[in-house]
Design a binder for this molecule. Structure first.
Ligand code: BGC
Length: 738
C-alpha cells in the first residue's frame, strides 16, 4: 500500500478527496487509486455483517455469527476481564470476516427506563459504563479491528432521535453524559467515535464543533476519526467544518458534488477537507482488510464463551428460603412461551443472525414439563393456555415462570410507553402463585420491568437479553451449576412514576429537557431516600460474603482503600465489592454517594482476600462550571464499601488533602464566617497580621449577632464600621502567601 500522509492526500483529485469523506454505500468507505475500500459492520453483541452481494434492504439478513449477551446483561457482570474477553471474541470474528471497524459498543446512559435502546447500553452510571466499554474496546482492537464507540453524545431517547434536542446543563453533561466517553477515549483510544442523531442544546451533533472538536479533540486529545450515525448528517459541509470526518452512509454522487462545489465556491477550505480525508485514509490503512478473503473461526468456542459471559452476569434478584438452586428430586413446571421462544437479543442494528440458539426449553431437565401459558403475540389472556398452565403448576413441586417483554415492545427506533409486563403475563402469574407458591420468575427483557408481584414469589432471576446460550445459562444458574454473581447496573423502581424523568421524558416533540440534572438513577433515589424494587448494584449469591477491616489512606496523589472480603458460606462464589464516595465538603449540589470503583473477586468457602483499590483525584472531583475544569475539594469525605448501593457494609471518614480549598480564592466576596472558620494556618496568620482578627472577634463572640455577621461578605464590612484598609490588607496578605 502507498504511504499515507498529507502529500498523498494532496495528490488526489478534488473529486477523489470528496468521495472519501462519505461512505461509498451502507458499509464501505470509498476506494481511490492506491487505497482499497474498508468494510464496517454492527454490532455490539455479535456481528451483523450484511452479505455484500445482497442489497442492504433487509436489516436482518446478515452472516451467521455467535450472538453474545446484550450490554444490559454484560454490564451486570461488573467484570472488566470478561468484557475484555468479549471484545477479544468479537475482534476474532470481525477479523475473520475481514471487517475494518466494528460499530459499537453503545455507551449512552440509561436516563429513562422507557428509552427504547436501553438494552444496548450498559448502565445508568458513567463509571460502570466507562469501565465496561474501555475493556471491551481494548479487547476488540487488540485483534486488529477498530471500534466505533457510539452514540456521541446525549442520545438518550429514540422518539424523534434525528431532531430532538437534549438540553443539558454543563455540569450534568460533563459528569453524567460525557464522562464515560472521556474515559474510553483516554484509556482505550478507539479508532473512531460515531456521532449521534440528536441535537445537544440546540445544535445537531453531526455539526457540533464544541462536541466534535473543542471537547473531543482539543480537551481529550482524540486522534481517531468521527463518523456519523447512519443518516445523521443534515448539512455535510457544516459537519466537515465542525469536525465530522465521514458521513455514513454516503448519498452517492450527491455527497461528492456538494463537497466539490463547496470547495470551489470557497465555502469549505481545502485544508479542512484534507484533514478529514487524511483521517479516513489513516483509518483504512490501520484497520482495513480484503473482504474477499474471509476465513473460518471457531464458533463453538465463542458459543461457550457466550455462555460463560451470561453465567457471569445473570442477576439473582430474590431468593427467599433458599428457593434456588433447584433440587434434582423435585418435579418442575416450566410455564411461559418465552421458555420456548426466548427473547435473547436486541432488535434493529443489534440484531444478529445467531449461530446456535439454545432455548430454555431445549436446555431444561428432561423430567420438566412445559405449558406456554400465554402467547407472545398478544397481551390478552387465553383461557385454554391459562387452564393448562394452572393444571401443570398444581401437579408440580415447583414452577419456573418465564416472563418478559416481547420484541415488539422494545427495540431500536422508538421508546416504550410502559415498563409493565404484558397483561396476560401478569394475570397468569397472579393465578399461578395461588395454586403453587413455589414460583421462580425468570425475566427476559432489555431494561427495567415493574414487578407488582415481587412480594408474592420467593425467587426472581434477571437474565435480560442473554444471547444465544440463553437456555444453557439460565439453567446453569437455576440448578446451581454456576453460582450467580451478576449485579444490577441500573435501579429497578417500584413504579415507573418514581423515575426522575417521569412526566418529562419524551413529552415534548422537539426538546428533551434534562431537568433532573445529575440526579440520574440511584443518585436520584438516594437523594429522596426512596424505596426501590431492587437497587443499583444489587445481586444475590448462593453463598454469603463478609466485609471487614476497611482502611483509607492518602498516598502520593491517590487514596488507597483497603478491605477484606470473606466467603462465609458453603459454596465457592464471586462477589462484586462496590466503592462509593460521599462528598461532605464541596459547596455545590452533590449526590449522596457515587460509585467510584469496584472489583470482582472469586472465593472458595471460608477463603478471605485483601482488596486494595486506588482512587485517583478524579474520584473526588466534580465539574466546576465557572472554572471549566474538574476540581477536588479538600476536606471531609466518606468512603462506603458495599455489596450494593443500598447494602453498605463498611464506612470510613477521611480528609482529602490532595485537592484545593473548597472555599476557593479569598476575595472581597468571601464570607466572614468562612474566613473565621478557615483552619488554613496561612489564613489565620493573615487575619492576625492584618488586624482583621481583632475587629471580627467581638462580632463572632456575640451570640446574638454571630449568625448574621458570619453571613456577610468582606466587601460589606464597611457597613459594620470596619476600616476598609484593614480588610484590603488582609486580602493582600492572603494573596501574597498563596
Ligand atoms: C444506529 C447505529 C448503527 C447504524 C448502522 C443506526 O441506525 O443508530 O447504532 O450502528 O444504524 O446500522
Amino acid at each position: 500500500m502507498v504511504k499515507i500522509d498529507l502529500d498523498f492526500v494532496e495528490g488526489l483529485t478534488l473529486e477523489e478527496r470528496a468521495s472519501l469523506v462519505s461512505g461509498k454505500d451502507f458499509w464501505f468507505t470509498a476506494k481511490v487509486p492506491g487505497v482499497d475500500r474498508m468494510m464496517m459492520s454492527d454490532g455490539p453483541s455479535g456481528l451483523r455483517k450484511q452479505d455484500i452481494d445482497v442489497a442492504p434492504a433487509d436489516i436482518n439478513s446478515s452472516v451467521d455469527a455467535v450472538c453474545f449477551p446484550s450490554s444490559a446483561l454484560t454490564a451486570s457482570s461488573f467484570d472488566d476481564q470478561m468484557l475484555f474477553k468479549l471484545g477479544h471474541h468479537l475482534g476474532v470474528a470481525a477479523n475473520a470476516e475481514k471487517l475494518g471497524v466494528l460499530l459499537g459498543p453503545g455507551v449512552n446512559i440509561k436516563r429513562s427506563p422507557l428509552a427504547g435502546r436501553n438494552f444496548e447500553y450498559f448502565s445508568e452510571d458513567p463509571l460502570l459504563t466507562g469501565r465496561m466499554a474501555t475493556a471491551y474496546v481494548k479487547g476488540v482492537q487488540e485483534e486488529g479491528v477498530g471500534v466505533s464507540v457510539k452514540h456521541f453524545a446525549a442520545n438518550n431517547r429514540e422518539d424523534q432521535r434525528f431532531t430532538s434536542s437534549s438540553n443539558i446543563d454543563e455540569r450534568t453533561l460533563r459528569e453524567i453524559y460525557l464522562a464515560q466517553f472521556e474515559r474510553i477515549v483516554k484509556e482505550a483510544h478507539p479508532a473512531t467515535l460515531m456521532c449521534s442523531y440528536n441535537r445537544l442544546n440546540g445544535t445537531l451533533n453531526s455539526q457540533n464543533q464544541r462536541l466534535l472538536t473543542d471537547i473531543l479533540r482539543n480537551e481529550w486529545g482524540f486522534e481517531g476519526l468521527v463518523m456519523s450515525d447512519w443518516g445523521a448528517v443534515a448539512d455535510h459541509v457544516a459537519a466537515l467544518k465542525a469536525g465530522l470526518d465521514l458521513e455514513m452512509p454516503g448519498k452517492g454522487q450527491a455527497s461528492v458534488d456538494e463537497v466539490v462545489t463547496a470547495v470551489k465556491e470557497g465555502r469549505l477550505q481545502e485544508s479542512t477537507l484534507n484533514r478529514s480525508v487524511l483521517r479516513v485514509l489513516k483509518m483504512v490503512e490501520k484497520w482495513g482488510k480484503d473482504v474477499n478473503k474471509k476465513e473460518p473461526y471457531d464458533k463453538e468456542e465463542q458459543h461457550e464463551f457466550a455462555r460463560q459471559m451470561a453465567d457471569d452476569s445473570i442477576v439473582l434478584l430474590k431468593n427467599d428460603h433458599h428457593q434456588l438452586p433447584l433440587k434434582t428430586s423435585e418435579s418442575l413446571a416450566i410455564i411461559g412461551e418465552l421458555a420456548a421462544k426466548p427473547r435473547f437479543e436486541g432488535g434493529g442494528s443489534s440484531h444478529v443472525n445467531a449461530h446456535h440458539v439454545v432455548t430454555p426449553l431445549d436446555a431444561a431437565p428432561a423430567s420438566a414439563n412445559y405449558a406456554a401459558g400465554y402467547s407472545l403475540t398478544t397481551s390478552t389472556s387465553d383461557e385454554n393456555l391459562t387452564k393448562d398452565a394452572l393444571q401443570l403448576a398444581k401437579q408440580s413441586d415447583r414452577v419456573i415462570f418465564f416472563a418478559g417483554f416481547p420484541e415488539q415492545m422494545e427495540t431500536e427506533g422508538f421508546d416504550k410507553k410502559t415498563i409493565s409486563l404484558p397483561r396476560n403475563q401478569n394475570e397468569l402469574l397472579a393465578q399461578v402463585v395461588k395454586v403453587n407458591p413455589n414460583v421462580t420468575v425468570v425475566l427476559q427483557n432489555g431494561s427495567v420491568v415493574e414487578m407488582p408481584w415481587a412480594d408474592q414469589v420467593p425467587a426472581i432471576v434477571e437474565t435480560y437479553l442473554a444471547g444465544e446460550t440463553v437456555g444453557e445459562a439460565t439453567w446453569d444458574i437455576l440448578t446451581g451449576k454456576v453460582n450467580p454473581s451478576g449485579k444490577l447496573s441500573e435501579s429497578f423502581p417500584l413504579r415507573l412514576q418514581d423515575n426522575p424523568t417521569y412526566g418529562t421524558f419524551d413529552r415534548d416533540h422537539d426538546e428533551e429537557d434534562y431537568r433532573e440534572g445529575i440526579f440520574v438513577g440511584y443518585r436520584y433515589y438516594d437523594l429522596y431516600e426512596m424505596p426501590v424494587r431492587f437497587p443499583f448494584g444489587h445481586g444475590l449469591s448462593y453463598t454469603s460474603f463478609d466485609y471487614s477491616d476497611l482502611r483509607v489512606n492518602e498516598e502520593r496523589n491517590e487514596v488507597k482503600v483497603e478491605f477484606t472480603i470473606t466467603n462465609s458460606g458453603n459454596v465457592a462464589g464471586k462477589e462484586v465489592a462496590q466503592v462509593y464516595v460521599a462528598n461532605r465538603v464541596s459547596r455545590v449540589v452533590m449526590p449522596v454517594k457515587e460509585l467510584r470503583d469496584f472489583v470482582k473477586v472469586t472465593l472458595q468457602p471460608g477463603e478471605s482476600t485483601a482488596v486494595t483499590l486506588s482512587l485517583p483525584r478524579r474520584a473526588f472531583s466534580y465539574y466546576n462550571v465557572a472554572k471549566q475544569q474538574w476540581e477536588a475539594d479538600n476536606g471531609a469525605y466518606e468512603i462506603m464499601v458495599g455489596s450494593s448501593s443500598r447494602d453498605i457494609r463498611l464506612t470510613a471518614n477521611f480528609d482529602l488533602t490532595i485537592g484545593v480549598s473548597p472555599l476557593g480564592e479569598i476575595t472581597a466576596d468571601s464570607y466572614i464566617g468562612d474566613i473565621w472558620n478557615d483552619q488554613d494556618p496561612q489564613v489565620q496568620s493573615a487575619l492576625k497580621d492584618s488586624g482583621l482578627y481583632e475587629v471580627l472577634k467581638p462580632m463572632m463572640d456575640d451570640e446574638q449577632w454571630v449568625a448574621i455577621s458570619a453571613n456577610m461578605p468582606l466587601r460589606s464590612v464597611a457597613a459594620t464600621g470596619i476600616d476598609e484598609k484593614v480588610r484590603d490588607k488582609f486580602i493582600r496578605l492572603v494573596r501574597d502567601i498563596k
